[in-house]
Design a protein around this ligand. Structure first.
Ligand SMILES: [Zn+2]
Length: 436
């Protein structure tokens, strides 16, 4: 039998979530005979824009969560249904892009970068996510692959999420570029420059993240600025606590490099050492526990360390172990990665004098920790740059790609796109299906 080309039906796009919020990203593309999803994230806010209670997803059934609008209503996506989705593409390992995957029928293949896979696997290992890998396909940047009617080309992008991808998606007559989360001022800013210099051409629709739209940008800082600022701060004579994410690899690199320049020792916890170790096969530039005099591991007695001790993966890091008495001896030469347990050990031993907290992560988490440091009269210094493109970078990006239409996504202010970008802005509501 000869292959019969299906009728030329237009491609359809549905934004299930993320048209007017940051978090819970999920986009569906449908052609004549294929259906794919891009990202399947956990919401960050609820319908009142209050912080989303992520415990909800363990408390309720799938049906309840669909009814509450937490899970999108998508036929043939979930467990115990005949699968009607050909593939899910994941842009990067941030929960707001993959956090609902545990509900998905494991027969549906999920495509992601190697770094994304490693970090989601680590999150599963430590019980931070319920997503157990069954049908994962790892993909490489700039290597196109075919999924049904779609040709998909992943682009490696600069973002605070590791090994993050954007996607060029082509069907017979349409070209779509999904930006994912990205920026132009991180350690991989060269990727941003390359896209600007050599953009994908003839893009019909650019689905563009806008996390920074409508936010007070503060000072425009690059990851290099962060490294310089940290070096300057580390050159003082005090004990430094460092609040940062163990999965923001760019930032860990900046901290480590500033430690080398200022002759300090970066004291990480076993969890962070584990994450870095997992990623060493992907890049040789990621600091490792066994790199010598500027990095040590403090065996903080928390649940992660306990888990690693139980299955003996902790043993690996023994050669780099630093004890509490060694910490006391070297005190003002250290940069200690902050965690709930770590800071409470120091507080209990009344060992907090002449110290400072450098807060190097998203401002939204600061209210959780501020009372502790205030109570101990420890100054908090903020040193951070966003994981997302500044407005100037977004403008450069749009100017280079010259899409026929821009579709706002991953933003609280879709209507503001009209103020910033020339060209056609196509506003699509959550759950609305449009023909492209
Ligand atoms: Zn992200």
């Amino acid at each position: 039998m000869t292959y019969q080309k299906p009728l030329d039906l237009p491609m359809k796009l549905t934004i299930h979530r993320g048209a007017k919020e940051i978090g819970g990203t999920c986009i569906e593309l449908q052609s004549a005979s294929s259906k794919i999803l891009i990202d399947f994230g956990l919401p960050l806010v609820d319908e009142n824009k209050e912080q989303f209670d992520s415990k909800k997803i363990k408390k309720y059934t799938k049906e309840d969560l669909i009814q509450q609008g937490v899970l999108p209503q998508i036929k043939g996506l979930y467990k115990n249904e005949d699968p009607l989705i050909d593939a899910i593409l994941l842009s990067h390992p941030h929960q707001d892009h993959y956090g609902l995957l545990s509900f998905v029928n494991p027969e549906i293949p999920v495509y992601m970068s190697m770094g994304c896979k490693e970090l989601i696997e680590a999150s599963y290992y430590f019980g931070q996510t319920d997503y157990d890998f069954k049908n994962v396909v790892t993909i490489k940047a700039w290597r196109p692959f075919q999924k049904g009617d779609f040709t998909i080309t992943p682009y490696l992008v600069d973002h605070s999420g590791f090994d993050a991808l954007a996607f060029l998606i082509e069907s017979e007559d349409k070209k779509i570029f999904y930006s994912g989360d990205f920026r132009g001022h991180g350690r991989k800013s060269v990727l941003f420059k390359n896209i600007i210099k050599n953009p994908p051409d003839n893009i019909d629709y650019l689905i563009l993240e806008g996390s920074m739209i409508g936010r007070d940008e503060g000072a425009y800082e690059t990851e290099e600025d962060i490294e310089n600022e940290l070096t300057m701060l580390f050159n003082k004579d005090n004990l430094v606590f460092m609040a940062c994410s163990s999965q923001n690899i760019d930032r860990l690199v900046s901290i480590y490099r500033a430690c080398v320049k200022s002759n300090r020792i970066f004291v990480i916890d076993p969890y962070t050492a584990f994450i870095l170790d997992k990623l060493k096969k992907i890049s040789k530039n990621i600091p490792q526990f066994n790199w010598g005099e500027h990095i040590k591991v403090f065996f903080v007695p928390n649940t992660y360390t306990k888990k690693m001790a139980e299955d003996k993966s902790l043993f690996k890091f023994k050669s780099a172990k630093i004890t509490y008495s060694e910490i006391q001896e070297l005190r003002n030469r250290l940069v200690i990665k902050d965690s709930y347990t770590t800071r409470n050990i120091f507080a209990k031993k009344k060992d907090m004098s002449n110290s400072v907290l450098i807060y190097s992560m998203w401002e939204g988490y600061l209210p959780d920790v501020k009372p502790f440091w205030d109570k101990h009269n420890i100054p908090i210094i903020k040193v951070h740059s966003s994981g997302h493109a500044y407005i100037e970078e977004l403008k450069q990006f749009v100017k280079a790609i010259k899409p026929k239409y821009i579709i706002p996504n991953h933003t609280f202010y879709p209507e503001k796109y009209r103020e910033y970008f020339d060209g056609n802005i196509k506003l699509i509501k959550d759950k609305e299906t449009v023909e492209l």
